[in-house]
Design a protein around this ligand. Structure first.
Ligand code: AMP
Ligand code: GLY
Length: 426
């Protein structure tokens, strides 16, 4: 099988890595990819960019691939999967219509309401006055979200009412936007990826992401600064509960409404004192959670994604997992997320050794052929171990060997879990 992977990040690097380890996959091409992906697969350009669904479909046809895997949300929301399927090529990723589960928070709330999925109570607002009264209704801490895609940066959670209102004003001014104000959810957050062909749901292992920039969950929200899996502290019934109460009803509702969702339904949820509540849906794999989930998946990835793309998940054998724990630490540029500084030389990559591996995100080769930073999140360092302590030690030893001027990373990825400090409120 020949597979084309769309995207540029560490998530795509992780997907490409797993595909190259699948015996049924004999060629992997990435577009546009990055220098790390280029070392293990072929990279092709996308001259018109990631939003050019026709360009993606044309490349897939030219390369005669059997499967296209779309990594990021933007091409999905722009209809890349529709364009690929129109050419008769199998595509892992939902149609533009179905990707609205991620593309519009208000739409996701409607589907959840119709499917009876537990989520935070929310008010959808289009004026500052509506936002102000919604803030009154829910009280502090306030949760204010931009309706559309914002790369994880459209959400403000704060106890400062003025700050909450200012975020809403800013979103409303920036474009003709809708604001979602919702109740605050207490309790630990998890990410669960459910592979689906539109009917059958196959959950992967849950992971935990670290969204804030700095240790102790301080600083601004980011795309994600690290992750680990599995979650030993979570209730044993968690995955089945999420499939039964969230994933299957949502997939069924989408199909009944004539917009079947095939691809990966990423469920972000909080385990609150009142039970599980969905925080968000995404229509693609999460970054950096994918890096740790795929580090543990023993079932070949290509066959699984192909089965989802062609509606054959019901005949897939149960997934197999390695018993290891996996941790990933993201190394980010100085100034991330607001104004990341790029073009800095990345050193020490060859000193990492074989205890860990480094997935590329925002990297590039400069005109001398040196590896330099080219984005906010630059690298995702992944390690596995017999327990979280070993996986963390290996990951952080590797991080320490990498030199990137001004870079930052969190030092507490998976630390609370390692110490047994995570509890689910009763
Ligand atoms: P989202 O883009 O909806 O995933 O939100 C980004 C982050 O904001 C989430 O991962 C949570 O950490 C936080 N967040 C979002 N909604 C809520 C909520 N209702 N209560 C508490 N935290 C939230
Ligand atoms: N890790 C969060 C995301 O991919 O949206």
């Amino acid at each position: 099988m020949k597979v084309l992977v769309i995207g540029t990040g560490a998530r795509e690097h992780a997907i490409v890595r797993s595909l190259t380890l699948d015996p049924s996959v004999d060629a992997v091409i990435a577009a546009p990819g990055n220098p790390g992906i280029d070392a293990i697969a072929l990279c092709r350009e996308l001259p018109q960019g990631l939003l050019d669904g026709e360009g993606i479909a044309a490349l897939a046809a030219e390369l005669k691939v059997d499967l296209v895997v779309v990594g990021p949300e933007a091409p999905l929301v722009a209809g890349a999967a529709d364009a690929v399927r129109e050419r008769g090529i199998a595509c892992f990723g939902p149609t533009a219509k179905a990707a609205r589960l991620e593309g519009s928070k208000a739409f996701a709330k409607e589907i959840m309401a119709e499917a009876g999925v537990p989520t935070a109570l929310a008010h959808v607002c289009t004026t500052v006055d509506e936002v102000a009264s919604a803030l009154e209704v829910f009280g502090a801490p306030y949760v204010v979200k931009d309706d559309g895609l914002a790369a994880g940066k459209g959400v403000v959670v704060t106890s400062n009412r003025a700050h909450a209102l200012a975020h809403a004003v800013q979103c409303l001014e920036r474009r003709d936007s809708t604001i979602v104000v919702e109740e605050f959810l207490d309790g630990p957050e998890i990410s669960l990826f459910c592979i689906t062909d539109g009917t059958t749901v196959v959950p992967l292992a849950p992971a935990q992401d670290f969204k804030r920039l700095s240790d102790n969950d301080e600083g601004p929200n980011t795309g994600g600064m690290g992750a680990y899996s599995p979650l030993d502290w979570a209730p044993a019934s968690l995955v089945q509960d999420v499939v039964d109460r969230v994933a299957q009803p949502t997939v069924d509702e989408m199909r009944h409404q004539g917009m079947p969702f095939a691809g990966v339904l990423y469920i972000g949820l909080a385990l609150t004192s009142r039970g599980l509540r969905v925080i968000e849906f995404n229509a693609r794999f999460g970054d950096p959670e994918t890096q740790v989930v795929l580090a543990r998946l023993a079932t070949p990835l290509g066959g699984l994604l192909y089965a989802a793309a062609v509606g054959k998940l019901d005949v897939e054998a149960p997934l197999r997992w390695r018993p290891d724990h996996a941790v990933t630490v993201v190394v980010a540029s100085k100034g991330y997320p607001n104004s990341p500084r790029t073009g800095e030389i990345i050193e020490g990559m060859s000193q990492v050794g074989d205890e860990a591996y480094v997935l590329h995100a925002g990297t590039a080769l400069d005109k001398h052929g040196s590896l330099v930073s080219a984005g906010g999140r630059v690298l995702s360092v992944v390690a596995t171990g017999a327990d979280l302590t070993q996986a963390r030690d290996r990951a952080y030893r590797a991080v320490d060997r990498i030199g990137l001027k001004g870079s930052t990373y969190r030092t507490d990825i998976a630390l609370a879990a390692q110490r047994g400090e995570i509890t689910v409120p009763q």
